[in-house]
Design a protein. Sequence first.
Length: 361
Amino acid sequence: MSTVQVNTPGGCYPIHIAAGRLDRLADSIPADATAITIVTNSTVAGYYGKRAEQALAQTGKRLVRIELPDGEAYKDWQTLNLIFDALLQNRLDRRAVLVALGGGVIGDICGFAAATYMRGIRFVQVPTTLLAQVDSSVGGKTAVNHPMGKNMIGAFYQPIAVEVDTDVLNTLPPREVTAGLAEVIKYGMIIDADFFSWCEQNVAALRALDPAALTYAIQRSCELKALVVSQDERESGLRAILNFGHTFGHAIESGLGFGTWLHGEAVGCGMVQAAELSALALGLPTASVERVRALVQATGCPVQAPDLGAERWIDLMQVDKKTEAGQLRFILLPQIGQAVFQPAPVDALRTVLERTAVASL
Ligand code: NAD
Ligand code: GLY
């Protein structure tokens, strides 16, 4: 088993990464817990609900299971209330522990429930998608969506442990694997050029779910994310670099309608556009842009952005949380392995968006 430690002002905790970790969930439950509530969805429950329950039953503590419907559409206030209803009906007290068993949707909604139930109770993340294992379960961002915007209601609230079982990825649909790989390669692009090269050499093994390659990619991604959030838990500066490609990606998701492209697919394509913008704004060499494009393509993500029309693109990008006083700001790469956060020249942005339109003809 490998362990990555996360240290933030809001909490310090281990990320345990190993095959079969699901059977060891009891290890992460504190001795003084009065009860354990597993929050999961109908799909993940079918695959892993029983095993997680059996593992947690070893603690001898009372177990409650909350099964939510599957899908981003249910990451909302109404579904959050279903969690509170169950916690109150079962009279769970402040020493109860929540266990989020699922992908990023379950992790985000369960984390927000933990942050707010009785003003905050402990929770453990058990991420079951690649995206959740390398990104959403780490760093304490929790949220639900509002009809007017994604992740608009939430809190920074750290789990007490993250338990990553690499075996559960064997049941993940291939498109979800690709979406998770987009976030893996992102870390190489923004902080670690050696990891970027390693991803170039191992992307086929990663798509084939090679256990050794996957374990290393998850561990390195968690180390890099831990490094960033340990320095800037609440995104007052550095943490924004984790959003590389996301300004373009969010515009694709909302422009095409949420769910048409998976979040990771849109981010993958958005990273290619952000690299093109970096070339115009900061002189990122063309050869580096082509390496970014080739690696994104090798993960299985689209690299050709949809033609939404330049004005609509800009409108959609304005909704980004990084926008300040109406000015669009981007994560850009001066070189592979290094990122800066700054406004981009409007003419450079228009050039990138117009190229998208031409390429779509
Ligand atoms: P998801 O949670 O919707 O999971 C994708 C699909 O895979 C779902 O149908 C799910 O039921 C299924 N699934 C999960 N594990 C499985 C398994 N092992 N085998 C088979 N099927 C499985 O999507 P996601 O990509 O994990 O997460 C996306 C969410 O994460 C979004 O809501 C996004 O906003 C959020 N997010 C949060 C952060 C953060 O820092 N908190 C970062 C990135 C994304
Ligand atoms: N996924 C971006 C962040 O955690 O900040």
